[in-house]
Design a protein around this ligand. Structure first.
Ligand code: PXL
Length: 284
């Protein structure tokens, strides 16, 4: 249904994710990404992490019924057009989200199968890792494992693009609509992601950015994909636009010195004023 009121309102997206106090990753990165792309962001918090650019100091898990209550509150009133999941923390929280997805009570969903932070902290109980495969992937429109997550999910090492393609095809058999295995951790002049959407393989490429400010890259990619879906794009073009957004945000923040560890991305194009490279690209 479209009425005059709706045309005046931005599309809405939902993130079901953990809080990062340092705000480089987690739901803070998601909400910034939604805002940067012109989408009204809503959130259901799964866990609170005490965290900065150096690492995760503590994790407090939100009780699953409270996660369900947040999702219900948003779904019943604000009606997001797309959603993403990030850190789900426990098997019971994953079951809450999976139950909704199975019953068709979530909008088109991007699942970022977050397991371990780049600094090595667990963001999901280890026994819940494989539950992604049969509880959540079958209901996902897009799933976005990185090399390490994809390797854990298929149970073998992934060393090159060919291995990534095989893993993407295998993960697609779970029922996920589109699988992207992110190759950002592979050495090379380009960051190459391998996509399988049930029809064909695609390689998404961006220039390698030499920076340690990479905290929140995965969160930002999955949030930007959900944002572009909320804006009406099909999954593959949404993912392509999201990859370009991440590449731009990485370049823009590449010289920032926020914190002593892995700093955040520049979601809003602030770099021109705050120390980024002169040749900052456009926002999207
Ligand atoms: O990037 C994965 C991620 C997701 N969610 C939270 C995180 C991280 C990585 O550190 O802290 C809350």
């Amino acid at each position: 249904m479209s009425g005059p009121g709706q045309a005046l309102s931005p599309p809405v997206a939902l993130t079901i994710a953990g809080s990062d106090s340092g705000a480089g990753a987690g739901l803070q990165a998601d909400l910034k990404t939604f805002a940067a792309l012109g989408v009204f962001g809503t959130s259901a918090v799964t866990a609170v992490t005490a965290q900065n650019t150096v690492g995760v100091q503590a994790v407090h898990v939100i009780p699953p019924p409270m996660v369900e209550a947040q999702i219900a509150a948003v779904m019943d009133d604000l009606r997001p057009a797309a959603a993403k999941t990030g850190m789900l923390a426990t098997a019971s929280t994953m079951a809450v989200v999976a139950g909704r997805a199975r019953r068709g009570e979530l909008p088109p969903l991007v699942v970022d199968p977050v397991m371990v932070s780049s600094t090595g902290s667990r963001l999901l109980d280890s026994e819940a890792e494989r539950a992604y495969l049969d509880s959540l992937f079958p209901y996902a429109t897009v799933v976005t494992p990185n090399l390490r997550e994809a390797s854990l999910l298929v149970g073998r090492d992934l060393a090159d693009l060919d291995d990534m393609a095989k893993a993407a095809r295998q993960l697609h058999e779970t029922g996920a609509g589109l699988v992207v295995v992110k190759g950002g951790h592979l050495p090379g002049a380009e960051a190459i992601d391998v996509v399988f959407d049930g029809q064909g393989l695609h390689h998404l490429r961006s220039a390698w950015v030499d920076t340690r400010n990479v905290h929140g890259t995965g969160c930002t990619l999955s949030a930007a994909t959900a944002a572009w879906m909320a804006l009406g794009l099909e999954p593959l073009p949404a993912l392509q636009r999201a990859k370009d957004f991440v590449a731009g945000a990485l370049v823009r923040a590449s010289r920032w010195t926020l914190g002593g560890g892995h700093g955040p991305l520049d979601h809003f194009g602030w770099a021109a004023e705050h120390g980024g490279p002169a040749e900052t690209g456009p926002l999207t």
